[in-house]
Design a protein around this ligand. Structure first.
Ligand code: DX5
Ligand code: ZN
Length: 221
């Protein structure tokens, strides 16, 4: 595995030019496309669904697509994202009636599966499903919107999650999402994250490559 993955969240991209924006951010050095799915039910916002994921694949995007489901119910939409070409599919355990079943659905299609933890959601949801997990995603803001500030308590939670992953002995990514910027990514990496979602910090900048290069330099520092 690559040591560190940068996953720009297209939530902050220009949706009227989405294909070009994704090309541009990948050319600027991004590793993964983070794809935020919001349903105006589990979270108070409405974004994009499987049709848009499929459209990006048809447009020619071959990079991994990291589908972050902020929807309830979960299972109904998983199959659509598998067909639409998702690489990773992650969901919030509180939003699934049957967490193990949702994970199995994702894994049975050969996609990578993960659980997402809101700032106040305990990590114990991992306890009996670690064998089906490829990525643990910690939210460092409350889900629903881009452009919020990083919640500092997430650093301790990252360390806790990192210890759980190490104890499992499995090759599991530790992903962080919300308020990640070039000026805090260093301490976030030091706390154990190895996959970094950043929306506004990248797409609101005039030059994507400058920000991504700066982020990588801070991670390596
Ligand atoms: C929030 C989304 C994030 C969001 C991050 O619910 O899950 O992926 O796009 O945006 P920034 O990086 O601006 O906090
Ligand atoms: Zn997200």
């Amino acid at each position: 595995m690559n040591d560190f993955l940068i996953a720009p969240s297209i939530l902050s991209a220009d949706f009227a030019r989405l294909g070009e924006e994704v090309d541009k951010v990948l050319a600027a050095g991004a590793d993964v496309v983070h794809f935020d799915v919001m349903d105006n039910h589990y979270v108070p916002n409405l974004t994009i669904g499987p049709m848009v994921c499929k459209a990006l694949r048809n447009y020619g995007v071959t990079a991994p697509i990291d589908v972050h489901l902020m929807v309830k119910p979960v299972d109904r939409i998983i199959g659509d994202f598998i067909e639409a070409g998702a690489t990773y599919i992650t969901f919030h355990p509180e939003a699934s009636e049957h967490i193990d079943r949702s994970l199995q659905l994702i894994k049975s299609a050969g996609c990578k599966a993960g659980l997402v933890f809101n700032p106040a959601t305990p990590l114990h949801y991992l306890d009996y499903v670690m064998d089906k997990i490829d990525v643990v995603l910690l939210m460092s803001v409350n889900p629903g919107f881009g452009g919020q500030s990083f919640i500092p308590g997430t650093l301790d939670k990252l360390r806790e999650a990192k210890a759980k992953i190490a104890a499992s002995g499995r090759n599991i990514r530790l992903e962080i999402d919300g308020g990640v910027k070039a000026d805090n990514i260093g301490e976030i990496a030091a706390a154990g994250a190895d996959m970094f979602v950043a929306g506004s910090a990248i797409f609101n900048a005039p030059d994507y490559k400058t920000v991504i290069d700066k982020m990588r330099a801070e991670i390596a520092a």
